[in-house]
Design a protein around this ligand. Structure first.
Ligand code: BEZ
Length: 210
């Protein structure tokens, strides 16, 4: 059965470039980003792994662990990481799962039936409760925008703690939407920085956790 938002992210044990990982245990109380790649030694994936490596400090700040997966053996991954470091001017600083038998890829539905040899470019964001908070799938020809994943993490972490939602194209620091569950009369107590009532269903407030 395919995974849906809110499902518990399937647990697994896998060999990675940083040793064996038991996924749930490895996540501990952190958030997680699990992202899949079609294959080693492919150009788009090479840029993606490099890009994620440079963004890792931003994920660290948000208590998010990152984990990549590609359906090739460990030996191949280790050689490929050498290329990534060289060509992307970085040092890959997070684990890459070796999944030559597609065990993890199948658990997460990362293998598309129409592209049976390849795992597609899937991204899963997983909360500290081990539940799936976001799933996005890109075609093989489109490299991912990992700044967008960071933006979603900011939104998820904010909305996990406050009765707010984030509007279109929201970025950290911008005004947010007060959820419908909050009554008008309760807003000043909950959001002391002020609010705007644009419509009865559209009420905004400065980002509450700044
Ligand atoms: C790539 O990463 O460049 C790629 C991988 C599989 C199919 C197409 C492109």
């Amino acid at each position: 059965m395919s995974l849906r938002l809110g499902d518990v992210a399937p647990d697994f044990t896998a060999e990675t470039t940083q040793g064996t990982i038991k996924f749930h245990e490895w996540l501990g109380n952190s958030w997680g980003v699990l992202f899949s790649h079609p294959a080693d030694f492919t150009p788009v994936c090479t840029t993606e792994l490099g890009s994620m490596s440079k963004l890792k400090p931003e994920f660290d700040k948000r208590n998010v662990k990152i984990l990549a997966i590609s359906a090739d053996p460990l030996e191949s991954h280790l050689k490929w990481i050498g290329d990534i470091n060289e060509t992307q001017n970085t040092s890959v600083n997070y684990p890459l799962i070796a999944d030559p038998e597609f065990k993890v890829a199948n658990l997460y539905g990362m293998v598309h039936p129409a592209i049976d040899k390849f795992t597609v470019r899937s991204v899963f964001v997983i909360g500290p409760d081990k539940k799936i908070k976001l799933m996005i799938t890109y075609p093989a020809s489109t490299g991912r925008n990992f700044d967008e994943i960071l933006r979603v993490v900011d939104s998820l972490q904010l909305t996990a703690n406050y009765s707010v939602a984030t509007p279109a194209n929201w970025k950290h620091g911008e005004d947010v939407i007060i959820t419908a569950a909050v009554k008008d009369e309760d807003i000043p107590g909950k959001f002391p920085k002020g609010h705007k009532r644009i419509k009865p269903y559209l009420r905004t407030t400065p980002q509450p956790n700044l």
